[in-house]
Design a protein around this ligand. Sequence first.
Ligand code: WTA
Length: 635
Amino acid sequence: MDLYDIGLGNTDTKTRAGAEQDRIKFWESQARNLFWFNPWHTALEWNPPFARWFVGGKTNASYNALDVTVQKNPNKKAILWEGEDGTQRTLTYQDLLAQVSKLANALKQLGVKKGDRVTVYLPMVPELIVSLLACARIGAIHTVIFSGFSAQSIRDRVVDSKSSVIITADGGRRRGTIIKLKDVVDVAIADLDFVKNVIVLEHTGNNISYTARDKKWNEFVGSMEPFCDAEALDSTHPLYILYTSGTTGKPKGVLHGTGGYLTHVYSTFKWIFDICDSDVYFCTADVGWVTGHSYVVYGPLMHGATQVIYEGGLDYPTPARIWEIISRYRVTILYTTPTALRMFMKSGDALPNSNNLTSLRLLGTVGEPINPQVWKWYFKTIGKEKCPIIDTWWQTETGAAMISPLPGIETIPLKPGSAARPVPGVSISIVDDVGNKVQSDSKGYLVVEDPWPGMLLSLWGDDEKYKTVYWSKYKNMYYAGDFAKMDQDGYIWMLGRADDVLKVAGHRLGTAEIESGFVSHDTIAEAAVCGIPHDVKGESIIAFLVLRDGFVFTPNLKEELVQHIRKTIGPIATPDLLYFVKKLPKTRSGKIMRRLLKAIAKGEKIGDVSTLEDEASVDEVKSALAELEQTLKKP
Ligand code: WTA
């Protein structure tokens, strides 16, 4: 076993000991690091499976992210922004507060009130961060949609959240092209009358048309007063909805609260990144995903940190771009994904070696399992064997990191491929099918045993689904949907998803939503989607399709279906391989046997299918598989 004895020398045993002694009191002491208008009277109300943290307390996310630093150090740099075309902008905490206040006033003028939803569909520009904080300032619930999603996906999310205002831009830059965001929004909301206004940031100068409900950011927001008091909101007030994929066709609106969420984000940001006043932090995640919410927007800003925000492809115009950025801004902390690292590793060591990366002191990773060889490359080639590698496990639902080495408080040996131990105050176990803890080194399901502050409040508008998805497999234990094992030192090793969720280039997608996408095409009767290993993206999407009677396979149809998925879900869900088959292997009750499809697509031997006798008609499965194998052999 490879052990890397590298940390930052911090040895604060009090934090973990405090959490072990009294979890709730511990989280209360953490919550005191935030600003509160009013203290809470009850630290945790736990009506399983609903947790409410710091009940009675009044706070505001935007106040914690901005005013707290502005009062101490208004000229501290908050954002060092770089566009793909090389444009640079610097915003101090004071600048950010003024912009946030203007937008907050603009939203108020459009009639947005506490609890109303505002959809944000923007590229990685400072205004994206401004939008989230402006909503938070007045108690509106932000719901960000990643700019890689299509019109149909936006429409579904806007309908579900009933957002009355959408904030977007004329376009965003990505790998030399302009993504026409406003055009996409126009299609998405063409028939949605409840969307009263669209605020449009003119960012690329892309030619777009305006309608009566559109407001130009520069004119409309620009004319507002740069002062707006932050609302004193209940700790349990919803801060945001973030849609994420699960095992059902429809994405789920994960709903996060304020006080508990901020406490968890604040503490983990400090423990994980050891953030100091002089640091320059760079997280490559888009704010369209949870990593961007917690560790681009709320975490760094609550700590008054300086961070680099980059809009565009990290490998554009060459794979040296990321290393040039690190060198240009003297980045000290990098937080990125295994997919990005695999891509850079492929383009060799010469590019990172020809840039000055000596400012780096800590390297993080998130979102998917990191292969030990990629971990070692990150450690050696990027960190020059001087920076700890911090592998953080968490989910949209958990709000903040749950398992991670914590160089900000402790120095423990690192094991490539393991996210190390649960963070203080979070109780994680690995259990079998009936909920009994499995032995060390045995594979099981990862569960969280007690509520934690960053825990989702519920799923937007669907408490029942919230109960079923996360709390029905086990009694009073949160089911994460991941396989994992714990070794004898208490280190946790993630072993992939236990459900039908895919991680493609770090993006979370559900097989069911892609299948629904296929079936919504006139020619498709049935679809089965699965992920197979991919050396850069982690997983790639393949689909087995059964055509409706009367339709025949043509190469054009294949291309049309790929385009159809890009249109209904978005470019991030582009399938790599489509197989047209006559039938799919199914259980007796009619469930598609994805396990077999996946095995066969990976070229594995299926072995004896007679063991499936209880599940399916063996002959049927055998003939479907034989046909599949034939199909796969065809060029
Ligand atoms: C996976 C991303 C292995 C896991 C923050 C989880 C990981 C899902 C890791 C959540 C990691 C996340 N090692 N797997 N360090 N981090 N995952 O909601 O399957 O986009 O359940 O949140 O990503 O994805 P989500």
